[in-house]
Ligand binder design. Structure first.
Ligand code: SF4
Length: 327
C-alpha cells in the first residue's frame, strides 16, 4: 500500500517517526512536494476561509498526494501528546475537516489513528498498536518492532536538531531555504526564530524567510535546538499554565532565550487567525520587553507578499546592528 504523508503541519515534527512506523508495517510512504503556489491556492479554494494558512496548505498537500495516486492519506488525530495538555483544536479536528471534503475531492481513504495521552502517557503506544492491528493486521510483536524502529528514527532526528541542524537539513528534499551567501561569522547577529515548525520551515508560506535572514546576517537560534523537556521546564515561568503543548514549547524557547541572553533579537512568525498564537503573542511580547530584547512579529497568511517582508526584516536587522554598535 502507498501511503501519502502531507508535507505540512506535524510533518515537520514527526516525519521520521511516522515514516519509519508505516514502512515498518510494510507500507510504502510518499510525501507531498514542497508547498508551492498550486498547492496553496488549491488548499485555499476548498478550505474554510477562517482557517489558518498552514491548515489551508494541508488541504492542498492532500490533493497533491491524490494526484500522485497514493492508496491512502495519513491524517492522524493528534489530541494530546502529554499529560494534562492538548494540541491545537485544528489537530483534533483535522481528520474531520479533510474527511468532509474527501468525497467531493475524490481523495483516497484516510488513515486516522487517534493519539491521546492526556489521561495516560503510555496510551500512545497502545493506540498505535491498535492501529497497526486494525489497519495492517500486525501481531503485537511485529507492531512493537515497528514502533521501536520509529522511536529510534525520531530520536536520531531530535539529536540532529539538538546538535544545531534544522529540520530542513534533515528531512527529505526540504532545502528550499538555501541562502545564496552569508556574511562572515563575526558580522552575524543571533536571531531567535520563533513559531510553529510548519510555519517557520515552510519556505513558501514564509517567503523563504530562513534564507533571507541568513543572507542578511542572522545566526539563527531555533526552538528545535533545545530539548523538549528543557523547553517545557522553561515554560513554567508564567502565572497560569498553558493548555497547549506546542505553544508551551514556544513560550519555553522565548523564556530561555531572554533569560540566558542567548539572542540579540527575536522574529516571531505567527499565522493569521491562529487562536493559540494570538494568546501567546501577548506573553511573548511582554517577555521580550521585560528583558529588553527587540522582537518583530510577522503574521503570515495566503496573501503575504515578498516585498513587505523583505523591507521589514531588513529594517529589523539594521536596527539590531546599530543597537549592537552603539552598545
Ligand atoms: S496552532 Fe495556530 S497555526 Fe497551528 S494549526 Fe492551530 S490555529 Fe493553525
Amino acid at each position: 500500500m502507498r501511503i501519502g504523508i502531507p508535507r505540512s503541519l506535524l510533518y515537520y515534527k514527526y516525519l521520521p517517526f511516522w515514516k519509519t512506523f508505516l514502512t515498518g508495517m510494510g507500507a510504502e510512504v510518499e510525501t507531498s512536494p514542497l508547498t508551492n503556489k498550486k498547492i496553496l491556492s488549491r488548499g485555499v479554494e476548498v478550505a474554510e476561509n477562517e482557517l489558518c494558512v498552514p491548515v489551508k496548505a494541508f488541504y492542498g498537500h492532500c490533493m497533491a498526494l491524490r494526484d500522485n495516486g497514493v492508496d491512502a492519506l495519513f491524517v492522524p488525530r493528534v489530541v494530546s501528546v502529554e499529560e494534562r495538555a492538548y494540541t491545537c483544536p485544528k489537530f483534533l479536528g483535522l481528520p474531520d475537516m479533510i474527511g468532509a471534503v474527501a468525497g467531493s475531492l475524490e481523495l483516497p481513504p484516510l488513515l486516522t489513528p487517534r493519539l491521546n495521552q492526556r489521561e495516560k502517557p503510555r496510551e500512545f503506544k497502545l493506540q498505535l498498536m491498535d492501529f497497526a492491528r486494525e489497519q495492517f493486521g500486525l501481531r503485537r510483536l511485529e507492531a512493537l518492532a515497528a514502533l521501536e524502529s520509529a522511536r529510534l528514527a525520531q530520536r536520531r532526528y531530535q539529536e540532529g536538531l539538538a546538535g544545531g541542524r534544522k529540520p530542513l537539513d534533515l528531512l527529505p528534499a526540504s532545502r528550499f531555504n538555501t541562502p545564496r551567501w552569508r556574511p562572515p561569522a563575526e558580522k552575524r547577529k543571533r536571531i531567535g526564530l520563533l513559531g510553529h515548525p510548519y510555519n517557520i520551515y515552510d519556505g513558501y508560506l514564509t517567503q523563504n524567510l530562513i534564507a533571507r535572514l541568513e543572507e542578511m546576517g542572522a545566526e539563527l537560534v531555533l526552538p528545535e535546538m533545545t530539548d523538549h523537556n528543557v523547553l517545557m521546564k522553561a515554560a513554567t515561568d508564567v502565572p497560569k499554565q498553558l493548555y497547549w503543548t506546542y505553544e508551551k514549547e514556544i513560550m519555553g524557547a522565548i523564556n530561555l532565550w531572554t533569560e540566558k541572553q542567548m539572542v540579540d533579537g527575536v522574529v516571531y512568525v505567527l499565522a493569521f487567525a491562529c487562536g493559540p498564537d494570538s494568546l501567546i503573542q501577548v506573553l511573548i511580547e511582554h517577555r521580550a520587553k521585560l528583558h529588553n530584547i527587540p522582537l518583530m512579529s510577522l503574521t503570515i497568511d495566503e496573501h503575504s507578499g515578498e516585498a513587505g517582508l523583505i523591507t521589514r526584516i531588513e529594517a529589523f536587522i539594521d536596527m539590531l546592528m546599530r543597537k549592537k554598535t552603539a552598545a
